[in-house]
Design a protein around this ligand. Structure first.
Ligand code: NAP
Length: 277
């Protein structure tokens, strides 16, 4: 069991909001961190909200904190050493939302964050999540507009994960003993190509949707226009291309760690149906 308050960094995000809810359900002390005005952040009863910015260690609400759920919200690890030094003065446990491939150098800042956390004097667990089902929200505008999604690598296949499943594992890792030093690969339960994902969204919302393949260079231009650093855009495109030949594998860990089956992509779409209509 955890001692002290659990600080959730990224508490308003896709995964963090469910971590907050899960911890609140478990009846432990939770502090949700945000860069926004705390009054504007809805949380379950009993959860404290505090302002803090990972880029400014002095701003971190660490008083009484024993454990941290960490989403690193920046695209670089440059500011992480100072952040982690501040955390290590208080917390004994960090559960870090990492990514598939971290540790072998491919996933830029996640690899660096993992190395820094490993070197710190804090017990840690890494949740190496595969692609989020929520990434398909990037198609929502096109789906609502004309039902045609224009993107690259429609044949790229991976087992997308529901954010609630990552949060369920995070809550276990924060509350139970036995997860220290674990690097959990977390995925959804079924490998699906992007074109199949789009078909499932169409079936759930009750409208036929169409995939229109665009070139790698067009997809790259769009990522850069959306603010992606060049190196990240190229790594992502290489990865998607690789998935057309070698799909990401399904991990059984969500089910074995949480005791419930990993949620399917269809369940995820049903939970987010309003976003696509
Ligand atoms: N998408 C994928 O397929 C995938 C796969 C594996 C791993 N991941 C990793 O998952 C992480 C993103 O998780 P998510 O999708 O749950 O997050 P998200 O929905 O993008 O939300 C980002 C969170 O970070 C907070 N935040 C932003 N800037 C901050 C700052 N300077 N200081 C403190 N908090 C700040 C935001 O809080 P406020 O706005 O309230 O301040 C918000 O709660 C990333 O590290 C990503 O690499 C993603």
């Amino acid at each position: 069991m955890t001692n002290g308050t659990i600080l959730v960094v990224g508490a308003t995000g896709k995964v963090g909001r469910h971590v907050v809810a899960g911890l609140a359900d478990a009846g432990v002390r939770v502090r949700a961190m945000t860069t926004r005005n705390p009054a504007d952040v809805p949380v379950p009863d009993g959860v404290e909200v505090a302002r803090g910015d990972v880029a400014d260690p002095d701003s971190l609400p660490l008083d009484g904190v024993g454990s941290v759920f960490l989403v690193w919200p920046l695209m670089s690890a440059k500011l992480a050493p100072r952040f982690l030094a501040a955390v290590a003065q208080h917390a004994r446990r960090i559960v870090y939302l990492s990514a598939t491939g971290a540790g072998d150098g491919e996933v830029l800042f996640h690899t660096e964050l993992e190395r820094l956390i490993e070197k710190s004097d804090v017990d840690w667990t890494f949740l190496r999540a595969g692609g989020f089902a929520a990434n398909t929200l990037g198609w929502a505008q096109a789906i609502r507009a004309d039902g045609v999604v224009r993107d690259a690598y429609g044949a790229a296949a991976r087992p997308l994960i529901h954010e609630k499943d990552i949060a369920d594992v995070a809550v276990r890792a924060l509350l139970e003993d036995g997860h220290t030093g674990a690097k959990y690969a977390l995925t959804g339960p079924e490998v699906m190509t992007q074109t199949k994902q789009l078909r499932v969204i169409g079936e759930v919302i009750g409208r036929p949707l169409r995939w229109e393949e665009i070139s790698r260079s067009a997809a790259r231009r769009r990522l850069l226009d959306n603010g992606w650093p060049t190196a990240y855009a190229d790594v992502a495109l290489d990865y998607w291309e690789e998935q057309t030949r070698e799909p990401e594998l399904v991990s059984p860990l969500v089910a074995s760690l949480t005791g419930h089956p990993a949620r399917t992509f269809r369940e995820w779409v049903t939970d987010h149906i309003a976003d696509f209509r």
